[in-house]
Write a protein that binds this ligand. Structure first.
Ligand code: FE2
Length: 235
């Protein structure tokens, strides 16, 4: 499939940010893993500086190998334990995004015949629910209103995800469009838009150091870019 420069740039930055978050949150006791994360960070940083209209398939080796690294970290986390501040669910979501990047780049680990709209819901709804949850957990406990607001976003994205899972079953009928699916899309679009508004406000607060939290601005920007990307798939 043809990949435009914007999409290639989105995925390059997305994977680069994941390498950055892993690097930033690994304990100094995990020096070997940190060095590997730094290698990916530099690799994707170099790709970002290249001409965005260059052949996007040049991203493939880094994307394939980063996926294996993330799964290695997740495996360690689930078995022996790993000194890192990211949760297993967060790392697992980075693997999901990585797999979508590989699919878009034309190297899918599990080729899928799923309807593209549905695939987008099944990928991004749990990611955004997780992102909203991570934000509320990184806010200072005195930021009650923001904490409540992000818990609300988490719940609504989780609700929409539960709906999308059932939709996957309905689509086995061969239908791709029916009245309730239009309404579902509307609800998701509204919620995603509301989330975007709150993320942009949070970025403004972060930039002015007006909010008490332990969230790096780059993390909020990353989530905002993911939300915009998902928004773009909603039509
Ligand atoms: Fe991400």
């Amino acid at each position: 499939m043809m990949l435009n420069a914007d999409t290639a740039a989105f995925w390059t930055r997305n994977l680069r940010d994941h390498a950055l978050f892993v690097y930033d949150t690994l304990s100094p006791q995990e020096e070997a893993e940190r060095q590997r994360a730094l290698y990916y960070l530099r690799w994707f940083d170099t790709r970002l500086k290249e001409d965005p209209s260059a052949n996007p398939r040049r991203l493939l080796p880094g994307a394939e190998s980063l996926r294996i690294f993330l799964l290695h970290l997740l495996r360690r986390q689930l078995t022996e334990g790993l000194g890192i501040l990211l949760t297993p669910t967060y790392i697992s979501h980075t693997v999901s995004e990585n797999e979508e990047a590989l699919r878009v780049l034309g190297s899918s680990p599990g080729a899928s015949s799923t309807d593209p709209q549905l695939r987008s819901h099944l990928l991004w709804l749990p990611v955004l629910a997780g992102d909203a949850f991570v934000i509320q957990g990184a806010l200072d406990e005195v930021e009650k209103e923001l904490v409540r607001s992000y818990i609300g976003h988490t719940q609504r994205f989780e609700d929409a995800y539960a709906y999308a899972v059932e939709l996957a079953g309905f689509l086995r009928t061969g239908l791709t469009d029916f009245p309730a699916i239009t309404r579902f899309r509307e609800i998701v679009r509204r919620e995603t838009e509301a989330f975007l508004v709150s993320l942009r406000e949070l970025e403004r607060l972060e930039a002015g150091n007006l909010v008490l939290d332990k969230l790096p601005l780059v993390f909020v920007e990353h989530i905002r870019r993911e939300t915009e990307f998902y928004m773009g798939t909603l039509g």
